[in-house]
Design a protein around this ligand. Structure first.
Ligand SMILES: NC(=O)c1ccc[n+]([C@@H]2O[C@H](COP(=O)([O-])OP(=O)(O)OC[C@H]3O[C@@H](n4cnc5c(N)ncnc54)[C@H](O)[C@@H]3O)[C@@H](O)[C@H]2O)c1
Length: 334
């Protein structure tokens, strides 16, 4: 696909992932419009991106209509979303994503968008398949099948959006794709995600160093640049509503991530396990075989390298006062 002068809308474009995606689309020559209510997105993320910014709430039909007029491709990333602490304690807020997604798709279609790409999540996978840490499970796309078993209302909303986009393709001929992001991290990510909370604790030299759960949980943290390249590749290669994993196949235990952070930022700190805190599924790692086949995509940044880049960014961009206040606020917030 030639992105030069392509009229693109990125909903939630001031978010962590949305801002990296907008930046890359501008680099490729696209004319990017961002639609944002700045509920968790940050203005400073857009400061150096040459894009049009529309401020408003996409739950408001008239704003949603305005945002989708005159665009050819929609990347829909806006969502009421946070880390595990937020998802578990804010099911009502997460349920509003069903309204938000439906409305964005409806207006995008009405206004003639050719293509809609959706930021889905590993949370659409059956939680029961992700609870045994002794198994080497790789979640592959066709495991999301009736009767379905998504992770909390946040995951159900993502699943409903994926199914809606398949229907938009089948019934209305719109080109659609859903990208299932797996625990993304990198510069601009906030402390409501585990890896960033750990970096904040290390930076603040907190000892004991608190870890949620028993530390045996397994994740495939995926660096944001890889998520951006995969999302753009999905836009270029998928038309029929196919959902695709974007996640590494590297299996990292939470306690091993904690040790890497401690070794870098606060050597000698003692880990304190908080086993009463929410952890989500215990063993969540993607298969990226389908992404390799359909998009010729594999992640390029391994965890050790991505973690170091993220730590460097964090230390350079925040004072300890900011880190302390952000950590307190973000653990169960957005
Ligand atoms: N970060 C991850 O690990 C991860 C994993 C899977 C999926 N995702 C999805 O990727 C997308 C981006 O997530 P993120 O982590 O970068 O940050 P995020 O969750 O903060 O991004 C959501 C963005 O949408 C905006 N927004 C929310 N409601 C809105 C509304 N009603 N109108 C207009 N704007 C609104 C927010 O201000 C924010 O900028 C989200 O859809 C999220 O569900 C993220």
């Amino acid at each position: 696909m030639n992105w030069n002068d392509k009229k693109v809308l990125v909903t939630g474009g001031a978010s962590f992932i949305g801002s990296h995606l907008s930046e890359q689309l501008v680099r490729l020559g696209a004319k990017v419009r961002v639609a944002e209510n700045f509920s968790s997105g940050e203005r400073k993320h857009l400061e150096n991106i040459d894009c049009e910014t529309l401020e408003g709430d996409l739950l408001d039909p008239s704003f949603c209509d305005q945002a989708t007029i005159g665009v050819e491709v929609v990347f829909h990333l806006a969502a009421d979303h946070g880390g595990r602490g937020y998802i578990d304690s804010h099911p009502v807020e997460c349920s509003t994503n069903m309204i938000l997604d439906g409305q964005v798709f409806r207006h995008a279609h009405k206004n003639g968008a050719e293509k809609i790409i959706f930021a889905s999540s590993g949370c659409v996978y059956p939680t029961s398949a992700q609870m045994d840490v002794t198994k080497e499970v790789f979640l592959h796309e066709d495991m999301v099948t009736p009767p379905y078993e998504a992770d909390d209302l946040y995951g159900w909303a993502k699943l409903m959006a994926e199914l809606s986009l398949k229907a938009y393709h089948q019934q209305k001929g719109v080109h659609t794709a859903s990208c299932r992001y797996f625990t993304v991290y990198g510069p601009r990510c906030t402390e409501n995600h585990a890896v960033m909370a750990m970096i904040a604790r290390g930076y603040l030299k907190l000892d004991p160093f608190e870890v949620w759960g028993d530390g045996e949980q397994i994740r495939n943290w995926t660096y944001v640049d890889d998520i951006v390249s995969g999302t753009i590749a999905a836009a270029e290669n998928i038309q029929d509503g196919t959902s695709i994993n974007l996640g590494t196949m590297e299996r990292i235990k939470v306690k091993d991530c904690a040790h890497q952070v401690i070794d870098t930022l606060n050597p000698g700190a003692t880990i304190k396990l908080l086993t009463d805190k929410p952890t989500g599924p215990l063993n969540r790692v993607a298969s990226n075989a389908l992404a390799e086949e359909l998009l010729d995509w594999t992640p390029r940044t391994n965890f050790a390298e991505g973690l170091q880049k993220t730590i460097d960014w964090y230390v350079e961009s925040k004072t300890t006062e900011q880190a302390r206040s952000d950590l307190t606020r973000k653990l169960v917030g957005r």
